[in-house]
Structure formats: structure tokens, C-alpha cells
Design a protein around this ligand. Structure first.
Ligand SMILES: Cc1cc2nc3c(=O)[nH]c(=O)nc-3n(C[C@H](O)[C@H](O)[C@H](O)COP(=O)(O)OP(=O)(O)OC[C@H]3O[C@@H](n4cnc5c(N)ncnc54)[C@H](O)[C@@H]3O)c2cc1C
Length: 545
């Protein structure tokens, strides 16, 4: 085995959180940091052009292209589960929507016992990360590494969707990250001047000039190394060659909600029976590692429009493609700057909800499948995301081989409340598309179609045709109960020198899109790591496992 150098910190995964950590931990020049990333560099143009989102869905060069186990409540289907595998991680392939979640989400994390994670506690980290083109105010930041911008162009169908939502009685909302999330408006995106602002661009690029940061891409971490209960290194594969590096201070796992629990399980931290069944020596029996997977499920409806106003029409011909390409090249405007979804409306669909439980959105295209070919006629897609799913699932390795994908089981729609809420949400979404301002643009609802009327039929459609909005969290959950994996300082329970800092630590998914909250976790995690280093404490086990 190639015996590598020693560093202070080794970060596994250069995704939304990993790039933030790499930047913040190297800023003082005092700490030597190794950043390992399984995927390649982020030079490909589609990683920078917002519309590239659609291209990257199924591109195995930059995407792990996972799929779930057959989902019992979703007609037994395996559902796609893309994840970024490239510098910037999922922030390099995401739909670019900037929504933090509701203040109540973070207050709920705090109520679960996680000191330091209430909305008031985390707001400074959202603000520090942000460079909002609207400028700073009490809720927003300016000058941070993450660019947040308004839509470059208004679009008649997005305008109509917002108008229709207002006709349905929902308020207008120009800032979903403002005082209230409820209502309809355009989404802000993580872009700058019509280009994607991934964490590889905003955080990693400026940090790469620093001599104390080493980045190794195309390096698959296979195991965290331990001396007793202290993590002291990482083993990884480059071009089939096994290497290792030592960490004098900490190993920080930032591999995302699927791969962080996978790496811990491969390292001997997980449900003992699972590890034993695969011949992995048990370092700690931790049933919570990989348990509790919480993800956003969505119902999608497809509508044919009566005018050629959609992306389908703009890029159908070569002439259209060239026109859009030139428009983007010269003005940084047009369809190539458009994020996955253009505008939306947060609604309280279930009678028991005090705050929005459904995110209804319009995408300015329609396709025969997610990531598939655009329809050869004008079309749009309506998406309703169930914001606070109760259903919980798991991530479990299937093999001791780190190159094998884990079994991903989100357990979508497992509870009656989730099923009731998503049916109510899709009804609200259909209501917006049927309101006069929008209805005048719609020729027909193709899926589920006018014949689908009863709640039972609608639920059946959602089970057969719904999908994820790609926000898995909670597989290395923060907390103090026996199934929690990390404490409120993100230290793995029972270990020294080991943290998890990424979306997997969220106690529950936020009521929005998860990139902003993960970047906040990276910012806050970095502060805690640096504070512990300054205190000379290193990381101490918070309780015996
Ligand atoms: C298709 C898609 C669309 C999305 N759209 C939006 C959106 O519009 N808005 C939004 O807010 N959120 C969106 N998200 C969600 C958001 O991107 C994620 O929640 C967020 O990026 C998660 O950050 P992370 O740091 O936890 O993981 P990631 O960003 O996924 O980073 C993990 C990194 O670790 C690397 N890695 C994994 N295992 C290993 C290993 N063993 N060794 C070395 N490296 C490893 C991975 O390759 C990856 O680069 C989307 C996600 C996807 C996939």
C-alpha cells in the first residue's frame, strides 16, 4: 500500500459541505488539509451552464446514478437517486434552487435536543455563506462565497403560474427565504451572471491556491482507520492502487446522505448484524448508522400547452438550439440560464398544517421520463413536493466492496399522513393550473388526465408516477438518543477525531431544498472544528458507544 503523508484534517467528499470545510479549515494557513473526492474535476461546460442540469441526470462521469430498492408504496418501483460525483458534489449537478427551509424546521432540530441549531443559531451561517444580488438585510447576506440571484428573464408561463396562484387565494411572495415562505413567486437560484455557483466554484476554487490544501480527485475512500476509538487516517483507492493518509487532528466524513453511512459501515461502524453478515469487523455496533433516511417525494403532472412557449419548442430544432446557444454566449440570458423549476407556490394543503407542507412548482418543459427526451409539443410539468415526510427508510451496504452501491430504501409514502398530504398538495397544484391565468395556456392535462378525479385515483397515480426531488438526509442523524450517530457538535458518538458534516446529519429534512442547509452545516461545522482546535481539545467522545 502507498503510505501517504500526514495532515491535520482529512475531508472525505468534495460536495456541498466538503468544499465549504476545505475552504474554511485552510483559511488561516495553520492547518494542513487533505480533501478526497471520488469524482473528477469540474471543468466540463455542462457543470457550469444552469440548463446542464438536465444533461447531468444520467451522466455517469459526474453522477453516481444510484437507484432505490423497489419501493413498496410506490407500485414496487425502483426510483432514480442521482448524486453528484465530481468536485462540488451534488451542488455541481443540482437544480440550483435556493430555498433554506422554514425557521420552524431548525427550531424543531433544537427542540429535539440539539443545542446551537435553532433558526436564530443557524441564521448567521446562512448569511455568511450568501452573496445575494439583492444585497444584505436581517435575513440575507452579501459578499459570501455562494452567489444567489434572481431569474435572468421573466417567462410568460411562470408569470401566469404566479398569477393563477394568486387567483387561488395564495399570497404573492418575492422571497421564499424571507419572513414567510407561504405564497407564490419566482425562485432565486445559486448562480452568478447566468453560471452555476456550486461549492466547487464558490468555495473550493479560491482555496486551491493555498499551499496547505491538497485535493485528490478520483480518489475513492474505502475505510476510516482507527487507533482504538480515535480515527487517525483514511484508506483510499486511486486508479486501483490502495493508498492511505494520516490525520493528526480529525477525519471529517462529508460524503453525502448515501455515501457517508456507507463509508462508516465499511469502516465497522453500523448495525453489528449487517456488518457481521458481510464479514466486516465490528468496531462499534451503531444501529443508527444508515437508519432514518428521510427524503422528499413528489407528484408530477404533465400538461400540454397551446402555444410554443416552452423549452420543448425552443430547443426542438437545430436552429432553436443554435439561437439559444448564441443568446447565452452573448447575453447570458435565455433558456440555458433556467434552473430546473422556474417559479413556485408554498401551500398549506393538509388541514392540520400550520406552515406550508407542499411546494408546488412549474418546470418550463415536459419529458417522456425524468431526464428523458423532451416532448415534441409545447409542454410544462407541475411538481408537488411533500415537504415534511414522516416516512423513514435506510441505507445499508450490500457488500464489503466499497465500489458496490449500497441498498437505498427511502420508504416513500409509508405513513397515512404522508399519503393524505401529498394527495392534498397535488390537488392544490392542479387547482393552480386550472385557475384562469394559467388555464388559458393549457390545452390539456396529459398526466394524470381529466379522468383522474377521486383521491384514491390520484394517490394511485402518485404511487405509480411520483419520484424524489433529490433531498435525502438523516442517515447519520444528529441527536443524543441511542440511534443518533453524531452529537450537536457533529462528533461521532463514542469516538475521537471523527465527525460527519453533511446533509446526513440533519435530524429531519427541511421544508425546502437541501443545498443551502447543507452549506450552512458546512459553515457551522467548520466553526466548531476550528473552535475545538483553538481550545486544544481535539474531538472528544461525547458518550461511550
Ligand atoms: C439532481 C439533483 C438536484 C438537486 N436540486 C437541488 C436544488 O435545486 N436545490 C437544492 O437546494 N438542493 C438540490 N439538490 C440537493 C442538494 O444538492 C444536496 O442536498 C446537497 O448537495 C448535499 O450535499 P452533501 O455535501 O451532503 O453531499 P454531496 O454534495 O452529494 O457531496 C458528497 C461528495 O462526496 C463524494 N464521495 C462520496 N463517497 C465518497 C468516497 N467514498 N470517497 C470520496 N468521495 C466520496 C461524492 O462524489 C460527492 O462529491 C439536488 C440534488 C440532486 C442530486
Amino acid at each position: 500500500m502507498h503510505q501517504g503523508d500526514a495532515f491535520d484534517y482529512i475531508i472525505v467528499g468534495a460536495g456541498s459541505a466538503g468544499c465549504v470545510l476545505a475552504n474554511r479549515l485552510t483559511a488561516s494557513g495553520r492547518h494542513r488539509v487533505l480533501l478526497l473526492e471520488a469524482g473528477p474535476n469540474n471543468r466540463h461546460p455542462w457543470l457550469h451552464i444552469p440548463l446542464g442540469y438536465g444533461k447531468l441526470f444520467t451522466d455517469r462521469r459526474f453522477n453516481w446514478c444510484y437507484e432505490t430498492e423497489p419501493q413498496p408504496e410506490c407500485d414496487g418501483r425502483a426510483i432514480i437517486a442521482p448524486r453528484g460525483k465530481v468536485l462540488g458534489g451534488s451542488s455541481s449537478i443540482s437544480g440550483l434552487i435556493y430555498i433554506r427551509g422554514q425557521a420552524e424546521d431548525f427550531d424543531h432540530w433544537r427542540q429535539l435536543g440539539n443545542a446551537g441549531w435553532s433558526f436564530d443559531d443557524v441564521l448567521p451561517y446562512f448569511r455568511r455563506a450568501e452573496d445575494n444580488e439583492r444585497g444584505a438585510d436581517a435575513l440575507h447576506g452579501a459578499g459570501g462565497p455562494l452567489s444567489v440571484a434572481d431569474a435572468r428573464d421573466r417567462h410568460p408561463l411562470a408569470d401566469a403560474f404566479i398569477e393563477a396562484a394568486v387567483e387561488c387565494g395564495y399570497p404573492r411572495n418575492d422571497d421564499f427565504n424571507g419572513p414567510t415562505q407561504e405564497g407564490a413567486g419566482y425562485y432565486q437560484t445559486t448562480t452568478r451572471n447566468g453560471r452555476r455557483s456550486s461549492t466547487a466554484v464558490g468555495y473550493l476554487k479560491p482555496a486551491r491556491r493555498r499551499a496547505n490544501l491538497t485535493v485528490v480527485s478520483e480518489a475513492l475512500a474505502t475505510r476510516v482507520l482507527f487507533h482504538g476509538r480515535r480515527a487517525n487516517g483514511v484508506e483510499y483507492l486511486v486508479d486501483g492502487e490502495k493508498r492511505s493518509a494520516r490525520a493528526n487532528a480529525e477525519v471529517i466524513v462529508a460524503s453525502g446522505a448515501f455515501n457517508s453511512p456507507q463509508l462508516l459501515q465499511l469502516s465497522g461502524l453500523g448495525p453489528a448484524s449487517l456488518l457481521q453478515s458481510l464479514g466486516i469487523a465490528v468496531v462499534a455496533d451503531m444501529p443508527g448508522v444508515g437508519n432514518g433516511l428521510n427524503d422528499h417525494y413528489a407528484g408530477r403532472i404533465i400538461l400540454r400547452c397551446n402555444e410554443p412557449l416552452t423549452l420543448n419548442d425552443a430547443v426542438r430544432s437545430w436552429g432553436g438550439k443554435i439561437t439559444e446557444g448564441l443568446r447565452y454566449g452573448f447575453t447570458r440570458r435565455g433558456y440555458l440560464t433556467v434552473a430546473a423549476i422556474a417559479a413556485g407556490c408554498f401551500v398549506r394543503a393538509h388541514p392540520s398544517s400550520d406552515t406550508p407542507d407542499s411546494q408546488c412548482s412549474i418546470a418550463l418543459y415536459s419529458a417522456d421520463a425524468i431526464g428523458g427526451n423532451l416532448h415534441p409539443f409545447p409542454g410544462v410539468t407541475g411538481i408537488c413536493t411533500l415537504l415534511r415526510p414522516e416516512s423513514r427508510g435506510s441505507v445499508r451496504i450490500k457488500s464489503a466492496d466499497p465500489r458496490q452501491a449500497p441498498a437505498i430504501h427511502p420508504n416513500y409514502l409509508a405513513t397515512a399522513k404522508d399519503r393524505e398530504t401529498i394527495v392534498a398538495g397535488v390537488k392544490a397544484l392542479r387547482g393552480i393550473f386550472r385557475a384562469p391565468a394559467m388555464a388559458r395556456h393549457i390545452a390539456e392535462e396529459l398526466e394524470p388526465g381529466a379522468q383522474c378525479v377521486s383521491d384514491d385515483d390520484l394517490l394511485d397515480f402518485i404511487r405509480r408516477c411520483g419520484s424524489t426531488t433529490y433531498h435525502p438526509v438523516s442517515t447519520c442523524r444528529m441527536g443524543s438518543d441511542p440511534n443518533a450517530v453524531v452529537d450537536e457538535r457533529l462528533r461521532v458518538h463514542g469516538f475521537e477525531g471523527l465527525r460527519v458534516v453533511d446533509a446526513s446529519i440533519m435530524p429531519a429534512v427541511v421544508s425546502g431544498n437541501t443545498n443551502a442547509a447543507t452549506i450552512m452545516i458546512g459553515e457551522k461545522g467548520a466553526d466548531m472544528i476550528l473552535a475545538d482546535a483553538a481550545a486544544g481539545a481535539g474531538v472528544r467522545a461525547s458518550r461511550a458507544a
